[in-house]
Design a protein around this ligand. Structure first.
Ligand SMILES: Nc1ncnc2c1ncn2[C@@H]1O[C@H](COP(=O)(O)OP(=O)(O)OP(=O)(O)O)[C@@H](O)[C@H]1O
Length: 330
């Protein structure tokens, strides 16, 4: 588990204070994958630097499995850093080292005996599917394979947390999915906690159990994927499950509703039930239905007939667990 409590980072720029992190708190349980999304300048890189202790937070704490990593002595800092393995956008491998030598590097740094290193490296290369490339050099590997080496290297010191900073931003869509599948497999096998910093919603949808949105150094929205998708008031719902294009123009003056729902509701005949129960016409303006993990999610934009009983219909939908926003009449 990783626990971040009230993390603040203030940089001095001349006589001015720049607040890069403004009280960030989050808790990711062991074995879960958590995404952190945010626009440029939101504070993502600062958060990564504070979590990996490359930068000292101005205040607040970071703890892994209850053990605080911040505010430790210089001697303890090296051990503390080993609890969080780091995967970068570009694998940053040593070109002059073979695949296995790259993975061995963090173990050499801490003086691990050679036989132990060899066994660990072989195990890790098997885990990431690169055994037959052990003797190859980075220049002979594809982008996805290089990222696999980076992941194996990050796991060499048996960290409790894997922190991935834009791990797929330099990869094509197919390789992105392969790397995300690998991260999920590693989480399952090693029961490791994973934090993924990303600007790609696809990554959140494919791999994350939960997500936080960072804005101007603060977490403005967070929750399990199901919670954020069915939160009609948040902005992550329509970002994760956008409606395709512009809703088509239709005749009529009836009110427009946006519906977000999941799980049991997704299998219910929502439209025909409104139509039958309230004796009104319902027009689908746009819709998006997606299967994420085990769960089905739907985002529909409907237009009701002008004389429909709007309040009764909205109350009925809400009572069945569907998140509803009234967009007004067209
Ligand atoms: N060393 C620094 N000195 C002064 N200000 C800084 C420093 N590092 C970051 N900042 C400021 O802190 C804020 C957050 O920056 P940060 O790089 O963490 O954002 P980001 O979300 O990673 O952006 P991007 O996606 O563009 O990398 C910005 O306003 C930035 O200008």
């Amino acid at each position: 588990m990783i626990t971040v409590s009230d993390l603040r980072k203030v940089y001095q720029q001349g006589s001015k204070d720049v607040v890069a992190l403004d009280g960030v708190s989050l808790e990711v349980p062991t074995g879960k994958i958590h995404g952190i999304v945010g626009h440029s300048g939101a504070g993502k890189s600062t958060l990564v630097r504070c979590l990996t202790l490359l930068d000292q937070p101005t205040s607040g704490t970071v703890a892994v499995n209850g053990k605080e990593l911040t505010n430790v002595s210089t001697d303890e800092l090296r051990n503390a850093r080993r609890r969080i393995g780091m995967v970068f956008q570009h694998a940053n491998l040593f070109d002059s080292r073979t695949t296995e030598q790259n993975v061995a590097y963090p173990l050499e740094l801490v003086g691990t005996p050679k036989a132990e290193i060899d066994a660990k490296v072989a195990e890790l290369l098997e885990l990431v599917g690169l055994t037959k490339f052990a003797k190859g050099y980075p220049s002979q590997l594809s982008g996805g394979q290089r990222q696999r080496v980076g992941i194996a290297r990050a796991l060499a010191t048996d960290p409790d947390v894997l922190l991935c900073d834009e791990p797929t931003s330099a990869l094509d869509p197919k390789t992105t999915d392969e790397i995300l599948d690998l991260v999920k497999k590693l989480r399952d096998r090693l029961n490791i906690t994973v934090l993924i910093i990303t600007h790609e919603m696809h990554v959140v949808k494919q791999a994350c159990d939960s997500v936080s949105m960072l804005e101007a150094g603060k977490i403005v929205e967070h929750g399990d994927i199901e919670q954020v998708i069915t939160n009609a008031k948040g902005s992550l719902a329509s970002t994760l499950l956008p409606l395709p294009g512009d809703a088509p123009r239709v005749d009529g003056e009836g009110p427009i509703l946006d519906l977000l729902y999941t799980g049991d509701q997704a299998t219910q005949p929502v439209i025909s039930s409104i139509s039958r129960q309230f004796n009104t016409d319902v027009n689908v303006l746009a819709g998006s239905v997606e299967q994420l993990g085990e769960q089905q999610y739907a985002h529909l934009r409907l237009q009701l007939a002008a004389d429909a009983d709007l309040n009764a219909i909205v109350n009925h939908l809400k009572s069945t667990g569907i998140a509803v926003t009234v967009k007004g009449a067209k």
